[in-house]
Design a protein around this ligand. Structure first.
Ligand code: THU
Length: 131
C-alpha cells in the first residue's frame, strides 16, 4: 500500500484546484501490479472539472490495463475522503465489489472499505452482457 500512498501524495501535489482549493490524489493498482495515479483538474467552467480518480482511471486505461485490484484516495482532511458518487460508478466499470479502497486522512490511510460497501447494488457491465 505504501507505493500507492506515495503516488497518490505526489498526484495530490499536482492537483489543479484553484477554485475549491481542495487537492485530491488517487492511485490504482491494476491486475498486472502496475500503478497509476491522478489528481483533480478543475476548470473555470466548473462542471468540466475532473476528479482524481477519473484521472487515475484514464492513466490506467491509456497504459493498457482495464482491471483495478486496489485503490487509494487522499485529500487534505480533516475528514476521510471518499470517492464521489460519479467516481464510484467509474471505478465499478473496472473493478469488482470486493475492490479494497483505502481512505486517507491527511496523514495517510485510516480505513479500508470495499467498493461494494460504498456502492451497493450498483449498475455495471454485467447488466449489459448478452445472454
Ligand atoms: N474530488 C475528487 O477529486 N475526488 C473525489 O472523489 C471527491 C472530489 C475533487 C473534485 C473537486 O475538484 C474537489 O475535489 C472539490 O469537490
Amino acid at each position: 500500500m505504501q507505493d500507492l500512498l506515495e503516488l497518490a501524495r505526489r498526484m495530490m501535489g499536482r492537483a489543479h484546484a484553484p477554485y475549491s482549493k481542495f487537492h485530491v490524489g488517487a492511485a490504482l493498482r491494476a491486475d498486472d501490479g502496475s500503478i497509476h495515479g491522478g489528481c483533480n483538474v478543475e476548470n473555470a467552467a466548473y462542471p468540466q472539472g475532473t476528479c482524481a480518480e477519473a484521472g487515475a482511471i484514464a492513466a490506467m486505461v491509456a497504459a493498457g490495463r482495464t482491471r483495478i485490484v486496489e485503490c487509494l484516495v487522499i485529500g487534505p482532511g480533516p475528514d476521510l475522503i471518499t470517492p464521489c458518487g460519479g467516481c464510484r460508478q467509474k471505478l465499478r466499470e473496472f473493478a469488482r465489489d470486493d475492490l479494497p479502497i483505502h481512505l486517507c486522512g491527511p496523514d495517510g490511510p485510516v480505513r479500508t472499505v470495499t467498493l461494494g460497501e460504498l456502492f451497493p447494488m450498483s449498475f455495471g457491465p454485467h447488466h449489459l452482457a448478452k445472454p
